[in-house]
Design a protein around this ligand. Structure first.
Ligand code: FRU
Length: 466
């Protein structure tokens, strides 16, 4: 009923996951259990702002269509999680789904455990919580929370995120035989605060190809960062790093391995509007499209939207071999829509800039530009006129970029009402926009500085999942 009440809101995405109403942030406890995908999330069921946090829960067979399930975990008064059940993970402990999360009491977080005996629906908290009564005393820690848990041989290992004063973000390693008694082993690496921030939230460590990847969410950088390197069981040695998403809105991502062997990641996409606008809307926070991760050359972590998304494609149109004369925007479709996928191949020619305009009003008074700027070596999502509403954020986010040596761009763009996800050669940029006019549905493309050529554009309406 809550979900239906918000159905008419033109900014509610149609094929992205979001809760029935109110506040959602980090994905938690991602796991495939008896063939079904379970997604838990940081949820304030009372209000569309962060507050006392529970774990929301949804289940899916295809990572596209989700069924809401009852709240899985809520704060218990006078307990280690009395002020919130913060982020965590779920592991399969010899057939018993076991959750490790951060219990919050009096602004202090400590690891807690809960198990389920009914296929992840209800959870029983360990009466001996917290599992670890204090953070390591040998370090001057600014935080101690969020978990990554895995099994190696007979032992369980756990990472807890943190930050060491004047040194930087870190992840602390623990070992256990039973997931309940934990022995502290030490930090797995030394964060460099200038580059990767002072605090690491939500550490996620996993093997990918012949490397290890550590994903963390950084304070004060407000972005998710990946480090690729080697892990010898005690120490992680990063060789390269980068942003998980360059669009400025993805945070606290979490990954899991599914039964096809894919490493799938989902991230929280926060709002790009004022707190007041969020309260008026009655909801805040959506999940990114699930992405399959792989290693690229040059030490990059690359991501593609999961292949299942193609099942949502409906009405298809194609435009090929269109010249893009310099300094003009060509309308591809005035009413392309705001629940679409657009796959483009463009030959840059000698153009210095090429831009794709989405969610464009016929008179151009609203539009979001995906801007390929060869002159500045940047790829950006320009929101300066994405919305007429003064409550919408306008700043642009982007990344360093240069075209492939053949001068062609291949890009996939997913527009889903208030979210835009751009994938280009495995790099991703995700943004949030809130057009105000009902006819801000156009799709246009243009070149500047010289002519370019649209080799082909494929456009699909996307079928809503809600
Ligand atoms: C990241 C985070 C986590 C914490 C949770 C609380 O967004 O701050 O560190 O566990 O959110 O909701």
């Amino acid at each position: 009923m809550l979900r239906e009440r918000l159905q008419a809101d033109p900014h509610r995405p149609g094929y992205h996951f979001l809760p029935p109403a109110n506040w959602m942030s980090d994905p938690n406890g991602l796991i495939q259990w008896r063939g079904e995908y379970h997604l838990f999330y940081q949820y304030n069921p009372e209000e569309p702002i962060w507050g006392p946090i529970s774990w929301g829960h949804a289940v899916s067979r295809d990572l596209l269509h989700w069924q809401d399930l009852p709240v899985a975990l809520s704060p218990t008064p006078d307990s280690p999680d009395s002020d919130g059940c913060w982020s965590g993970v779920i592991v399969d402990a010899a057939g018993i789904p076991t959750m490790i999360y951060s219990g919050n009491r009096n602004d202090r977080q400590l690891p807690c455990l809960a198990i389920s005996t009914d296929d992840l629906l209800t959870w029983h908290k360990n009466p001996h919580n917290p599992l670890i009564s204090a953070s390591p005393v040998d370090l001057d820690l600014l935080t101690f929370r969020d978990h990554c848990v895995w099994r190696d041989g007979d032992d369980w290992y756990q990472l807890i995120g943190g930050g060491i004063r004047f040194r930087g973000g870190t992840a602390l390693l623990y070992r256990s035989a039973d997931l309940r008694q934990w022995e502290y082993l030490g930090p797995i690496c030394d964060g460099r605060s200038a580059e990767t921030g002072e605090i690491w939230e939500c550490p996620d460590l996993f093997a990918l190809g012949d490397q290890h990847v550590l994903i963390v969410s950084s304070i004060p950088l407000r972005r998710a960062i990946y480090l690729i390197g080697s892990f010898d069981g005690r120490t992680f040695t990063p060789h390269t790093d980068g942003d998980v998403d360059a669009g400025g809105h993805l945070y606290a991502p979490l990954s899991f391995r599914d039964d096809q062997g894919r490493r799938i990641m989902i991230g929280w996409l926060w709002e790009g509007r004022t707190l007041n606008a969020q309260i008026v809307a009655g909801w805040a926070g959506i999940m990114s499209l699930p992405r399959t991760l792989r290693l690229g050359s040059k030490g990059r972590l690359l991501a593609e939207p999961i292949a299942e998304l193609e099942q949502l494609r409906r009405r298809h149109r194609q435009y090929c071999a269109i010249e893009l004369p310099s300094d003009a925007l060509i309308n591809l479709e005035a009413k392309a829509g705001n629940m679409i996928e657009v796959d483009l191949t463009i030959d840059l020619g000698k153009a210095t800039q090429v831009a794709l305009a989405v969610c464009r009003a016929p008179d151009g008074s609203e539009q979001t530009l995906i801007l390929f700027d060869r002159a500045r070596g940047r790829l950006e999502i320009d929101r300066s006129i994405a919305s007429l509403a003064s409550t919408s954020h306008r700043e642009s986010f982007g990344m360093d970029w240069s075209p492939a040596s053949n001068g062609q761009i291949q890009v996939r763009v997913f527009v889903d009402r208030s979210v835009i996800e751009v994938f280009i050669e495995g790099e991703c940029l995700t943004s949030r926009v809130y057009p105000q006019q009902a006819n801000s549905l156009g799709l246009a493309i243009g070149a500047w500085g010289n002519d370019a050529r649209l080799i082909c554009a494929d456009i699909w309406d996307m079928q809503p999942v809600w």
